[in-house]
Design a protein around this ligand. Structure first.
Ligand code: SF4
Ligand code: SF4
Length: 474
């Protein structure tokens, strides 16, 4: 006999985007065009222009930003870093993280509500277009709107997503390659086209279907808010003292006449209707709140209409909302700036001392050395030469002291901000070896006249008695 199993019934919604029966609760936020909305439009336009222009801007002939993962070169404001510069890149990343922590401690989730591409493109590109094509409160999939309007909307979304994908990928492959790909035949570069198609599909999935769930369910930054914020941080908050007890307009008069205290909140629910993540800010600070200030604009509008002071919902801090002043001393406001100073100073120091040419000895494959009849030892050496300058350079290797170069002088040309390997053979005497290897050095000279001595570890015979390891005798 089958077990009688019933799902537990939930009185309240577990997630703002989920109905109690497990179905998706589709957000259809109203417009609230107040002062914060106008300021956010200005910020959004600036950020979209910047995002679109950055890969095209050249600094010293290089893109302002190019994160070339394939060649492991990262160009940031005209300076190219290679993946070998791990310390520099690590400090750069740590500096970015500490800056985010500091900004969050001071200004809360200002990034989420004002600067994040997810919010900017959803709220100021996709959502306004949706309203334009199928109305202010569209149903899921545009149901109810004429077919041609829905088709036009999805066509426009596709074009915008394609443009967005091209811009996004330009940060990783550069605008020249992107132009070449977009003006060429997709069959000539199927992999690039496949990456482009997948990126467009992901953009469409996110901005048309997934939307606010990226902030409420996926984004790690949103999950970290409980540790990044404290009671002094700037948040969007409802003034409970002033707003409660709530009463609808119809009840207010009666309550006021019977000498009951009535708060300023008239239960109009405008603050929840405009919220893009579907929460009620009157329930207090919540992880889902992206601090977009839409509810502030909506409530201010209501307050003006009922002739009450604005700011029932406002930017404030938990402390201020509870009537206490913000703490003047905060550990995190001492710690983060101190760490930032250390990181930025280290970064500046490393950049100032950054070598223009980096040479490293690499392991060679095959025989370690050859012992010749005349008592000389020939050892193959491989050097990786990294040219961090803006010009192509030709490097020549010269022998030094008792380390001679066998054959012609090795020479290699290395393109700007690139690296190349050079393989050559050094000749030494067997008697100069002690325990299977010795030190020596060669001189590397470039066509610009710069010289540097490169120390080598040279494999050879053990106590000069004969070949060992993978060496061979001739
Ligand atoms: S918009 Fe203001 S008045 Fe209306 S329900 Fe929200 S807090 Fe209350
Ligand atoms: S509660 Fe207000 S600030 Fe928070 S996400 Fe909703 S509308 Fe934006």
């Amino acid at each position: 006999m089958a077990a009688d199993f019933t799902l537990p019934q939930l009185d309240d919604r577990v997630l703002s985007t989920l109905n109690s029966d497990g179905t998706r609760r589709w957000m259809q936020p109203r417009d609230a065009r107040g002062r914060y909305w106008r300021a956010r439009v200005g910020v959004a336009i600036t950020l979209i222009a910047l995002f679109t222009a950055l890969p095209w801007i050249r600094i010293g002939g290089k893109p302002a930003i190019l994160l070339d993962v394939m060649t492991r070169q990262f160009t940031i404001f005209g300076t190219t870093f290679r993946s070998t510069e791990t310390l520099l890149l690590a400090i750069l990343m740590i500096t970015v993280f500490i800056s985010i922590f500091l900004i969050t401690a001071l200004f809360g989730r200002v990034w989420c509500g004002w600067g994040c591409p997810q919010t900017v493109y959803l709220e100021f590109v996709y959502r306004p277009l949706e309203r334009l094509f199928i109305g202010a409160r569209p149903m899921r999939g545009g149901g109810g709107a004429p077919l041609w309007r829905r088709m036009a909307m999805y066509g426009t979304f596709l074009l915008i997503s394609a443009h967005l994908a091209n811009t996004f990928l330009s940060y990783f492959v550069g605008t020249d390659r992107m132009l070449h790909w977009t003006t060429g035949n997709p069959s000539d570069h199927p992999v690039a086209f496949a990456v482009f198609a997948v990126t467009v599909a992901l953009m469409l999935f996110d901005f048309v279907f997934f939307r606010e769930q990226l902030c409420t369910l996926v984004c790690p930054y949103g999950r970290m808010q409980s540790v990044l914020l404290d009671r002094n941080s700037l948040i969007v908050a409802y003034d409970r003292q002033r707003g409660e007890p709530r009463a609808r307009s119809a009840q207010r008069k009666k309550l006021e006449e019977s000498a009951h205290r009535v708060g300023d909140c008239i239960e109009c629910t405008m603050c929840t209707q405009v919220c893009p993540t579907g929460i009620d800010i009157r329930d207090g600070l919540q992880l889902e709140c992206i601090h977009c200030a839409q509810c502030i604009d909506a409530c201010d509008e209501v307050m003006k209409r009922i002739d009450k002071p604005t700011g029932l919902i406002r930017y404030s801090s938990q402390n201020r909302m509870e009537g206490t002043a913000n703490t003047s001393f905060r550990y995190r406001l001492m710690l983060y700036p101190a760490l930032l100073v250390v990181m930025v100073s280290t970064l500046v120091l490393l950049l100032a001392r950054r070598e223009q040419v980096l040479i490293e000895q690499e392991r060679t494959v095959g025989s370690n050395f050859t012992l010749r009849d005349d008592g000389s030892v020939e050892t193959p050496i491989r050097l990786l030469i990294e040219n961090r300058t803006e010009f192509a350079r030709t490097f020549t290797v010269h022998g030094l002291a008792d380390v001679a170069i066998a054959g012609e002088l090795p020479r290699v040309e290395v393109a700007p901000a690139s690296a190349a390997s050079i393989l050559f053979v050094v000749r030494t005497t067997a008697a100069s070896f002690g325990r299977g290897s010795r030190h020596g050095s060669v001189l590397i000279r470039d066509d610009g006249g710069t010289e540097q001595i490169e120390p080598l570890s040279i494999a050879g015979p053990f106590n000069a008695t004969g070949p060992i390891g993978s060496g061979e005798e001739r």
